[in-house]
Ligand binder design. Structure first.
Ligand code: KIV
Ligand code: ZN
Length: 398
């Protein structure tokens, strides 16, 4: 089977490789049925991701079924499946990819000393041979082949460069350098990408290879590390919706996308993500896997655009830019929220009352604000119905 390769990547366009259905789904409590994966794949297509990794076909019938359903319906993005460096896995993966409009075979092998010695029980030479053999095998069937050097960030740099050279010479079109255990730091990963990219430059075909970052979040650095990898030359980022994934998760799609958008002048990169679809996609995944995000989660958490303190609310009423770096509607929220509570000031209460149809004189407002403060001693948040009751002299006004 041969397929057209991806269109050439432009220097200012980061490819979003979504692995919610593979790396995300394999994390505790996040498994999805084939039907649920199909629903999610449709949403990812609408969101505008470039690549959807649908699963690991050799690992389960469920992943094979999901891929068959997705390949039949989702035709725009590249569909990738994961495969170990084993001929049997590659065969199964190729069969799964047959129905895809834009298929990619993603093969991986660990390269770090720890993994070579304790997981694979393979020497450096054996790993190199396996990479050569299996990337060549994959490439003899399909034009779009990604190779991942698992645990790249804990691999000796000179050896990692050797591995990448072998994979490119064997025909890999994307080289992924994962931070499998979320161990690296921004400065370190930026340098790693720069040095590996420089170290393969003379290999035939290297100029067309896309370098990819795949960062886990064990130290809470997955997004920062992915941004640093981009500074080092990565042009594909692997991520998941809501950052779901093994252990502490993967780089969160919504965070990396909005970081690139909000700081476009700095990074000079953008994605093709349809950002107003972000919140709906996040909420769909939360419902599908039954895993809500925390309220203060960046971009998609309930508090991401909520303001309670009087100083912030006052600033927001004068100019949204004082306390918001992006517009809620740009990520799919209807609006910012002024939460009325103990920290709120008079301006915010007055504004909310006006929105509810109460235009008060100065003295009246002073009195109502005192009553509002008293109410805040009894409850965390004061809602619109609470304010209405207060205005009608109801129980909370006594
Ligand atoms: O974290 C990792 O190294 C992976 C690879 C299989 C790409 O998920
Ligand atoms: Zn991973």
């Amino acid at each position: 089977m041969t397929t057209p390769t991806n269109e050439r990547i432009t220097p200012h366009r980061i490819r979003i490789f979504d692995t919610t259905l593979r790396d995300g789904e394999q994390s505790p409590g996040c498994s999805m049925s084939p039907q649920q994966k199909l629903v999610m794949a449709r949403a990812l297509d609408e969101l505008g991701v470039d690549v959807i990794e649908t699963g690991f076909p050799a690992s389960s019938q469920s992943d094979r079924d999901a891929m068959a359903m997705i390949a039949h319906e989702v035709r725009r993005p590249v569909l990738a499946v994961l495969s170990r460096c084993l001929a049997g896995d590659i065969e199964t993966s190729l069969r799964s990819l047959e129905a895809a409009a834009n298929p990619r075979l993603h093969v991986f092998l660990s390269t770090s000393p720890l993994h070579r010695e304790h997981k694979l029980r393979m020497t450096r030479e054996q790993v190199l041979e396996s990479v050569h053999k299996h990337v060549s095998l994959a490439r003899s069937h399909i034009d779009d082949v990604e190779f991942s050097a698992e645990d790249a960030t804990r691999t000796e740099l000179d050896y990692l460069i050797e591995v990448a050279r072998v994979a490119i010479a064997a025909g890999a079109t994307t080289i992924n350098l994962p931070d499998t255990v979320g161990f690296t730091t921004p400065e370190e990963i930026r340098r790693m990408f720069q040095q590996v990219i420089a170290g393969v430059a003379d290999v035939g075909g290297a100029a067309n290879v896309v370098f990819s970052a795949h960062c886990h979040n064990d130290l809470g650095l997955a997004v920062a590390n992915s941004l640093a990898a981009i500074e080092g030359g990565a042009r594909q980022v692997e991520c998941t919706v809501n950052g779901i994934g093994e252990r502490a998760g993967n780089c969160a799609l919504e965070e990396i996308t909005m970081a690139l958008k909000v700081r476009q002048a700095f990074y000079e990169q953008d994605t093709a993500i349809n950002t107003p679809r972000i919140v709906a996609t996040s909420q769909l995944l939360q419902r599908l896997v039954g895993m809500p995000v925390q309220r203060n989660k960046a971009i998609v958490g309930a508090n991401a655009f909520a303001h309670e303190s009087g100083i912030h609310q006052h600033g927001m009423l004068r100019h949204r830019g004082t306390y918001e770096i992006m517009r809620p509607e740009d990520v799919g929220w209807e609006d910012s929220q002024m939460v009325l509570g103990r920290h709120s000031g008079r301006a915010a209460v007055e504004q909310r009352l006006r929105a509810l149809g109460f235009w008060l004189e100065e003295e009246e407002l002073k009195l109502v604000f005192e009553q509002f403060k008293a109410l805040c001693e009894q409850q965390r948040v004061v809602t619109d119905p609470d304010l209405q009751t207060l205005m009608q002299g109801g129980p909370s006004n006594q």
